[in-house]
Design a protein around this ligand. Structure first.
Ligand SMILES: Cc1cc2nc3c(=O)[nH]c(=O)nc-3n(C[C@H](O)[C@H](O)[C@H](O)COP(=O)(O)OP(=O)(O)OC[C@H]3O[C@@H](n4cnc5c(N)ncnc54)[C@H](O)[C@@H]3O)c2cc1C
Length: 493
């Protein structure tokens, strides 16, 4: 079968590699001249910047994905467990480091709130169960029907997952201290929605981030992308860059040709839409789409981001690799993202400094900094606003860390909503797809199969299981398996 995949992000890479491994003739068409989508990277002035993911969580998912492709992550990069995993700043030189060892983390919690160590143990026991059920079992369901969840074991498990309780409620039932609450709620803040809106099922992220730990792939996410590209190539996938899909020829409710913006046309038997779901839908005539414009307008998006890639010509000895700046009013910023979307008045933000761990990403004696400020999607994105926030963030960074960098900045580039739209056709300028709210989970997410076109399937962060690199890999794998089963074409490997 000739399979055309639209987009070379992690979901497209994984879906294509699995399908090709099963003997199909798979080609990935990518609109940009480079691959990796939101996880792509760039080099300038001796610095190498990853443009998207920096937190390598759930190493088991990456490894299982590579093994499915007959390879191993170790062939492409080495993993280093970061210690501390990350630092959380609460004010000027006032921070908590999150140790890599769980026993040490318990001691930190106990020193803040008596009894919190035992409660953290209990919280993590539950979170670990959720991780295994959620990530290892349910995330592999195509989520096309509630019947998939009806097997007794799975249903029982689903009920154990506190689907109707929020992460905030769950965290607050264990911990009273505001700092501990912020540490426990941060994973869902950056990747979904306010902790009040996210089902407690997602405390599995706490297990991933705080118990499994935070890893760094040598060379950064660039090497993770390259690893999956190589694994896909060695399984027979063909890559075509600079190939923007602009439409389809549809005959008898099947796509038989993919059309490109440059006028080229290519024949195919199956299409995997691995670009933003809503964009792939727009390539179809309205009567062949799964969802209307109104449907997409009503979805709750995960935040977009204002990013700054910054090169500094001095070493910042006291900074950590991952630094969260939770100095300002958490609730006010969250409300400015979700409830009353506007540019934040006193933003919290995140700074990654991969050159602390990896001397290949910055010239000697320099640091590579990646600033991320979560914002509501669809805000008015102008050069003037970006520069205003650049100054704001640098000032806050200097004040809180006591590290002065304004006179040492030798490179800086911004990235925001307009770039997400122009580079990836991102719906409403989103960075991380749809929020994982209860009514956007599992069968309530946009479905992986087009209901009117027999040979069009969707994968990626806007469908199941959701945003993040491990979910994108799982999404690619599950759509590939669905296609193989649907066409009864799986060969035993
Ligand atoms: C700033 C940022 C930080 C993040 N941090 C983390 C993190 O620390 N850890 C983590 O796990 N996840 C993180 N994520 C999320 C993670 O990067 C994504 O969930 C994941 O990479 C999405 O993969 P995807 O395959 O769904 O989509 P994408 O990576 O967006 O891939 C879609 C591809 O389709 C291409 N395309 C679009 N339209 C067309 C067309 N018409 N024709 C051909 N090609 C087309 C695009 O160019 C793109 O290459 C982050 C994301 C961002 C943006």
């Amino acid at each position: 079968m000739r399979i055309a995949t639209i987009g070379s992000g992690f979901s497209g890479l994984m879906a294509s590699a699995v399908l090709s491994r099963h003997g199909h003739d798979v080609t990935i068409y990518e609109k940009n001249v480079y691959y990796g989508g939101r996880a792509s990277s760039f080099s300038s002035d001796g610095f190498h910047f990853d443009k998207g993911p920096s937190w390598y969580w759930m190493p088991d998912i990456f490894e299982e994905a590579m093994q499915r492709l007959g390879s191993s992550t170790g062939e492409y990069y080495e993993l280093k467990k970061l210690d501390p995993g990350f630092r959380v700043y609460f004010g000027e030189k006032d921070y908590i480091d999150i140790p890599a060892q769980f026993d040490e983390l318990k001691a930190v919690f106990e020193s803040i709130e008596p009894g919190a160590a035992d409660r953290l143990d209990r919280f993590m026991e539950e979170a670990e169960v959720k991780y295994h059920l959620g990530v290892k079992q349910m995330a592999k369901f195509p989520s096309l029907s509630i019947l998939e969840f009806v097997r007794i074991k799975v249903l029982r498990a689903a009920l154990q997952m506190d689907l109707f309780k929020s992460v905030a409620k769950q965290v607050r039932s264990y911990f009273k201290n505001n700092r501990i609450q912020k540490i426990m709620e941060f994973p869902v803040l950056f990747l979904g929605a306010s902790a009040n809106k996210i089902p407690a099922l997602y405390t599995m992220m706490n297990f991933a981030g705080l118990k499994q730990g935070t890893y760094y792939p040598s060379g950064g996410f660039k090497n993770v992308v390259n690893g999956f590209i190589e694994a896909a190539r060695s399984n027979g996938v063909t890559f075509v860059p600079n190939a923007e899909v602009s439409g389809f020829n549809i005959h008898n409710n099947s796509i038989n040709e993919v059309m490109f913006a440059n006028g080229r046309i290519s024949a195919c038997d199956v299409v995997v839409g691995a670009a933003d779901y809503a964009h792939v839908e727009k390539l179809l005539p309205p009567n062949k789409r799964n969802y209307s414009e109104e449907y997409w307008a009503k979805r709750t998006m995960a935040p977009s981001s204002l990013l700054f890639f910054v090169g500094v010509n001095k070493k910042l000895e006291t900074l950590e690799h991952h630094n969260l700046f939770f100095h300002s009013d958490f609730d006010a910023h969250i409300s400015e993202i979700y409830e009353h979307p506007k540019w934040p008045s006193d933003p919290l933000f995140y700074v990654c400094c991969p050159s602390k761990t990896d001397d290949t990403v910055a010239p000697s004696g320099s640091e590579n900094l990646f600033f991320l400020m979560p914002i509501a999607p669809e805000l008015n994105d102008t050069v003037a606003i970006r520069e205003l926030y650049f100054e704001k963030l640098i000032k806050s960074f200097e004040r809180i860390t006591g590290l002065h960098i304004s006179n040492n900045i030798v490179f800086h580039r911004s990235y925001c909503i307009k770039d997400f739209v122009s580079e990836y056709h991102a719906l409403r300028g989103n960075a991380y797809g749809l929020a994982n709210t209860l009514n956007q989970t599992a069968i309530l997410k946009p479905t992986i199969r087009n209901k009117r076109i027999k040979n069009l399937f969707y994968t990626g962060q806007l469908t199941v299981p959701g945003p993040g690199v491990p979910p994108a890999l799982l999404s690619g794998e599950l759509v590939a398996d669905y296609i193989l089963n649907n066409y009864k074409m799986a060969k035993s490997i």
